[in-house]
Design a protein around this ligand. Structure first.
Ligand SMILES: Nc1ncnc2c1ncn2[C@@H]1O[C@H](COP(=O)(O)OP(=O)(O)OP(=O)(O)O)[C@@H](O)[C@H]1O
Ligand SMILES: [Mg+2]
Length: 415
């Protein structure tokens, strides 16, 4: 009986049910944690892929719902969508006092956003772009898929009715033309100039060789080189050329300036490749070292075209005379400046295939490889009026080369 009673009060039968309920609670808890973590991960992915609402609406409007899926795969989520009113406010109604400059694509204004950030707002001229909303967004997506420390960053865009605007990071030291062409009192020593040259070369190398898309800038020039607060260069307007149809009107708006950088095969025969950018880079390096414009028709005839004049001095081993005199006073490193000028001449060669690729130029500048080639006499467009031929597009033969008499073999264009 006692034994029985003992059996009755034995806790054994109750132990088992308690164990199973605590383990199922544990299982329930773990399941909850897993589901919670899963939800957090899904939310994080959705949040990362979140596109500004307005941009999404815009794409749906312009392409239909199907296209918005494709839109998700792009990089538009990395930029912001601005409404026109915000940009109008930021630029104080596009106040002329905020005008940074006017280029071939339209005016650029400095703007201040509500959070205090300064931006550069480019208002695209619609008559020229002839673009609809979808093409505009496709191009914006192209630009945002490319990122490099030597390329200007696009922060956002705006497509509102007929308005198309691009919002870039504001570059404190504006553009290189202001310094090279003496529009500002700013003086840059050789180290800073060299840093600018190497930075541009790296940006171009990325566009030509390393970016997901092979991009030819088509308009490398001093005003398209923007400088941050530390004078680190960033190439601007890359990809912008794609917003516009191929037409001569664009070239003619900034005729002298742009043509002074244009490779002859592109200007004359329309042959466009990376080599056209490399030619422009050569002109830019001469401008940076000499601190003068590529074309200055106010100078005596033999000095008007920088590549021509530079070559004339080079042949006579007097190229050092071209170096910005302020830099000479500053104790620049002659060997390095001369090497940069030698590289510029390699870029200015008449045959596009003789110009080295940007990766080689970067290696030569940073002394990773030695420069072995001897450059040929540069080719450039001579726009001086000639009695027998008043067209501007002739190859200058003003200074026959004593180094290589066979160096120019580009024929005169037939009109
Ligand atoms: N992100 C920026 N930050 C600061 N200043 C800028 C910025 N972008 C452009 N600018 C200034 O605005 C000026 C006009 O720029 P824009 O690119 O429209 O014309 P451009 O370079 O003279 O000619 P192009 O249309 O052929 O490029 C530039 O010269 C530069 O000084
Ligand atoms: Mg520009």
């Amino acid at each position: 009986m006692r034994l029985r009673a003992l059996q009755v009060i034995s806790p054994t039968p109750y132990v088992l049910p308690m164990k199973s309920s605590s383990s199922s609670a544990l299982l329930f808890f773990l399941g909850g944690v897993i589901v919670f973590l899963f939800l957090v991960i899904v939310l994080l992915i959705l949040w990362k892929n979140k596109i500004p609402k307005e941009l999404g609406n815009l794409v749906v409007r312009s392409r239909g719902r199907k296209a918005s899926k494709d839109f998700l795969s792009g990089n538009l989520r990395t930029i912001s969508y601005f409404d026109f009113h915000t940009l109008k406010k930021a630029t104080k109604n596009f106040n002329p006092a905020n005008l940074l400059g006017v280029g071939g694509f339209g005016p650029v204004y400095r703007g201040k956003l509500q959070d205090g950030t300064f931006v550069a707002v480019k208002k695209l001229s619609l008559e020229k772009s002839q673009q609809g909303e979808s093409e505009f967004l496709a191009e914006v997506r192209m630009i945002t898929s490319i990122q490099h420390k030597n390329l200007v960053r696009l922060l956002g865009c705006c497509s509102d009715g007929p308005q198309r605007l691009l919002v870039y990071e504001y570059m404190k030291n504006k553009s290189l033309d202001l310094i090279v062409y003496g529009k500002s009192d700013q003086y840059l020593n050789w180290n800073t100039r060299f840093q600018i040259i190497v930075g541009i070369a790296r940006g171009l190398q990325y566009l030509h060789e390393d970016s997901p898309l092979r991009i030819v800038h088509r308009d490398i020039k001093a005003s398209n080189i923007l400088l941050d607060e530390k004078f680190q260069p960033r190439i601007g307007d890359f990809g912008l050329a794609r917003f516009f149809p191929e037409d001569q009107a664009y070239l003619s708006t900034t005729f002298a300036g742009t043509l002074g950088y244009t490779a002859p095969e592109y200007a004359i025969r329309g042959e466009l490749s990376e080599k056209a950018d490399i030619y422009s880079f050569g002109v830019l390096v001469l401008e940076i070292t000499s601190c003068r414009k590529n074309t200055d028709l106010t100078l005596p005839s033999e000095m008007q075209y920088l590549p021509e004049y530079a070559w004339k001095l080079y042949e006579r081993s007097r190229i050092i005379e071209l170096v910005d005199p302020r830099m000479r006073e500053d104790g620049f490193i002659e060997k390095d400046v001369l090497q940069a000028m030698d590289i510029a001449f390699l870029c200015l060669q008449p045959h596009a295939n003789l110009r080295p690729p940007m990766s080689e130029i970067v290696a030569m500048l940073t002394c990773k490889v030695e420069m072995v080639e001897r450059p040929m006499r540069p080719a450039f467009l001579d726009r001086r009026p000639k009695k027998e031929n008043l067209s501007w597009d002739t190859i200058s033969e003003a200074f026959p080369s004593p180094l290589r008499s066979d160096s120019i073999s580009l024929s005169r264009p037939t009109k």
